[in-house]
Design a protein around this ligand. Structure first.
Ligand SMILES: Cc1cc2nc3c(=O)[nH]c(=O)nc-3n(C[C@H](O)[C@H](O)[C@H](O)COP(=O)(O)OP(=O)(O)OC[C@H]3O[C@@H](n4cnc5c(N)ncnc54)[C@H](O)[C@@H]3O)c2cc1C
Length: 326
């Protein structure tokens, strides 16, 4: 198979890149190891986006929602229809594993084939690499790094680890579906960046005693029926049926470095790229979307990451269509 550009990752930003690259007159193949917008398919079933529809649109296609803010299902179907309307060439359930060659003569290896291309865009996000707790018992089936829905936790003792939006929303929903919720938070408070309409709700539930919380605390071991927690007042054991470790995610650094992308020594391991073009330290390899922020995972999201597409497409069009020596 041969194309001008391969986009790795069919998330909202990868799709946005593919649209702009095709519109610039170049051919483009988008490869994803999972489903179309694979990360979104793994979000909480009934989640509502924080953004209004216009802010997560791509390619200028209107996202029509029945609500003020779209829900997961509407967004997934929107991106599916946009990909169809734009006749994007998609290879789904194909894991990209390697890159050989140089700008102009690259070969991408996937789990199913090799693709010759001139340039590559990495839009692989971070959602499939959870930050691990690294404590005994983390591999028990009762532990998950993803929250899907609260109904299954009714009547159960659930511990939610983390203090950001995902943890806050999961705690509120599980509490409202009849779970006994305990939060374990490393810092002194519910994260200050939790959305302004979620944070007071959670704090009120904590203050009224509906949700238990241990601040400045961490889980030190997980067992079938209990948890050990280190708190400022000493070690505690609490009853526990389920653990949701919502402690964030990080990009796949072995993947990035195997593609020749250099990583900054800046405390958050940001991939190095030119801010004007999004080209990385490897010529002809570009980077887009949330993966650009390294461990600072709230730096880029759909609202702002979708605009990387136009920068990359315009740079590629200038260099590939004008046959600038590669
Ligand atoms: C609960 C929740 C609510 C959110 N709400 C909002 C919101 O309201 N507004 C907003 O702007 N953002 C929101 N975000 C963030 C937003 O969803 C992400 O920023 C967005 O998905 C990033 O898009 P992306 O294309 O960069 O990465 P992703 O959507 O993560 O896409 C990356 C893709 O790359 C694929 N991939 C990874 N590695 C490989 C490989 N080796 N080979 C092939 N494919 C690979 C993955 O399968 C995935 O499909 C929310 C996030 C969460 C978790």
């Amino acid at each position: 198979m041969k194309t001008d550009v391969v986009v790795i990752g069919a998330g909202p930003v990868g799709l946005s890149c593919a649209i702009e690259i095709q519109r610039s007159g170049l051919s483009c193949v988008t490869v994803d190891k999972g489903a179309l917008v694979n990360s979104l398919t793994g979000y909480p079933t009934n989640m509502e986006f924080f953004s209004t529809p216009d802010l997560i649109e791509i390619g200028g296609h209107p996202l029509v929602s029945s609500r003020y803010k779209p829900i997961r299902e509407e967004a997934i179907d929107y991106y599916r229809r946009v990909a169809e309307r734009e006749s994007l060439q998609l290879l789904l359930y194909e894991h990209v594993s390697g890159l050989e060659g140089a700008f102009g003569t690259y070969t991408i290896h996937t789990s199913k084939r090799s693709i010759s291309c001139k340039a590559v865009v990495i839009a692989t996000g971070f959602f499939d690499q959870p930050n691990m707790l690294d404590v005994p018992g983390e591999n028990l089936p009762k532990v998950s790094h993803y929250f899907r829905e609260a109904f299954t936790y009714t009547g159960r003792d659930i511990c939610i680890i983390g203090a950001k939006n995902s943890a806050a929303l999961a705690a509120l929903q599980c509490h409202r579906r009849g779970a006994r919720v305990t939060m374990v938070i490393r810092g002194p408070e519910v994260g200050p960046t939790v959305k302004y309409w979620i944070r007071p709700d959670l704090i009120n539930r904590i203050e009224e005693g509906s949700i238990d919380v241990y601040y400045r605390s961490s889980v030190t071991s997980i067992h079938e029926d209990r948890l050990e927690i280190e708190t400022p007042d000493g070690k505690l054991t609490i009853n526990n049926d389920v653990v949701l470790a919502l402690t964030g995610y990080h990009p796949d650094y072995s993947f990035l470095t195997s593609f020749g992308v250099a990583i900054a020594d800046d405390g958050v391991d940001t991939p190095l790229f030119d801010a004007a073009t999004h080209e990385t330290s490897r010529k002809g390899v570009f980077i887009a979307g949330t993966v650009c922020g390294g461990r600072h995972t709230s730096r880029w999201f759909i609202e702002n990451g979708r605009h990387h597409a136009a920068l990359i497409a315009s740079e590629l069009a200038d260099r590939l269509r004008a046959n600038v020596p590669v």
